[in-house]
Design a protein around this ligand. Structure first.
Ligand SMILES: [Zn+2]
Ligand SMILES: [Zn+2]
Length: 133
């Protein structure tokens, strides 16, 4: 049957060309048909897309399944680090000069610890009393 055209098959069976096509589609092309459905499903833009990328920061290969793969330029680990870095900043302790970190949604601290704050205040008091006396 495979060597015949739809018209020729139709003539033999006594049915229209269109009917032959329908029968073939139903009975013989089940597998390619399912494949096509699967392809259509993958090509739907609102569906999640699979992607594999190389992280520019650590060089690790990462993959995922998201709506917008172009949004993901770094691996999950590096994104976490980046986010954390954006939320923290560094400051220098006015008393001991040590560099510390603080959360950017808070005010930048002046001293690394309460002890440094007290030490600093003591220094000021001492300096004042020295200049006085
Ligand atoms: Zn990375
Ligand atoms: Zn300090």
């Amino acid at each position: 049957m495979s060597g015949l055209t739809l018209q020729e098959i139709g003539n033999i069976e006594g049915i229209t060309r269109e009917r032959v096509r329908q029968i073939l589609h139903k009975e013989l092309s089940v597998e390619p048909y399912l494949e096509q459905i699967q392809l259509n499903r993958q090509n739907r833009p609102h569906k999640l897309t699979k992607f594999i990328k190389v992280c520019p920061k650590c060089g690790k290969i990462f993959s995922g399944r998201v709506k917008n793969p172009e949004k993901f330029t770094m691996c999950t680990e590096c994104r976490k680090i980046e986010r954390r870095a954006r939320r923290t900043a560094t400051f220098v302790c006015k008393n001991c000069g040590k560099v510390g970190t603080y959360k950017t949604y808070k005010k930048a601290p002046t001293f690394c610890s309460n002890q440094c704050k007290l030490d600093w205040l003591h220094k000021i008091v001492r300096r004042k009393s020295v200049s006085k006396g």
